[in-house]
Design a protein around this ligand. Sequence first.
Ligand code: UDP
Ligand code: MG
Length: 316
Amino acid sequence: MDISVVIPLYNEEESLPELHAWIKRVMDKNGLSYEVIFVNDGSTDHSWQVIEQLATQSEHVKGIKFRRNYGKSPALYCGFEKAQGDVVITMDADLQDSPDEIPELYRMITKDGYDLVSGYKKKRYDPLSKTLPTKLFNATARTVSGIKNLHDFNCGLKAYRREVVKNIEVYGEMHRYIPYLAKNAGFKKIGEKVVQHQARRYGTTKFGLNRFVNGYLDLISLWFLSKFGVKPMHIFGFLGSLMFVFGFIAVVFVGAHKLYAMYSGLPYTLVTDSPYFYLALTTMILGTQLFLAGFLGEMIARNAPERNNYQIEKEL
Ligand code: UDP
Ligand code: MG
């Protein structure tokens, strides 16, 4: 099979028939074999009935129904598990992404050899409250991930070589950073294609402004995991040692200062009267705590089931 189209959806009943018809039109015109996997993320409207209806009309339609709403990332994860096509394309269900982009995305993966091609909504039809923070978000993501050529990390329309989706694990709300996940898994050829974008016609957006706060926190987590995920001691141990040594030197200094004053007949006070004593003490305690966090981190990392999960590309 050439293409699997994975569509996560949450309360998008109005858009589905039109979206399906449009995908079918594009695929038939280009002679591509395909499947459409609708992942119903616990919709409370009639989305699932619509999907069932579509499945009776066409053998290309497949569906997954979550018992409750988990989020876009879990929906993508399950869609990826099920996908069988050589190229996997994800798109939003709200008709904001155009299926007309599919043939070119497919060509870029199969002919140009890209591992992942992300859509870039250069001209967006979204409110300013969304487009402006998005610019900032993408600039940060570019810097942290080191994928310099992407302008639109969170675009729902993306194409992947099958190995990519089978070797990355999208979880939590990490769908915003799939290119970063792919890069961390060793897929280097990541490209971009400018795509058409439309205003939402039916329903409402499912993500509020808190997406930016959460997105930012997720980016920090990802950065941390990719740098120190399997060797937490390298960061905690380093910071801990630094602080401990710093505190220790300060304590010695405070003590020596007092002894010196005592034996030279200078006026002196209790060490506990000096603010430096408390600063030194706190630094030493914090240093020890960080060190302990490092040990605990190592014990957790040692138990992680994926600790020896390497990306082996070829073997002879
Ligand atoms: N979505 C989902 N589960 C959720 C929230 C959203 O599957 O919990 C789907 C939604 O139905 C849509 C896609 O994710 O197909 C993108 O959502 P939306 O269009 O609301 O995001 P925006 O375009 O505002 O970024
Ligand atoms: Mg949308």
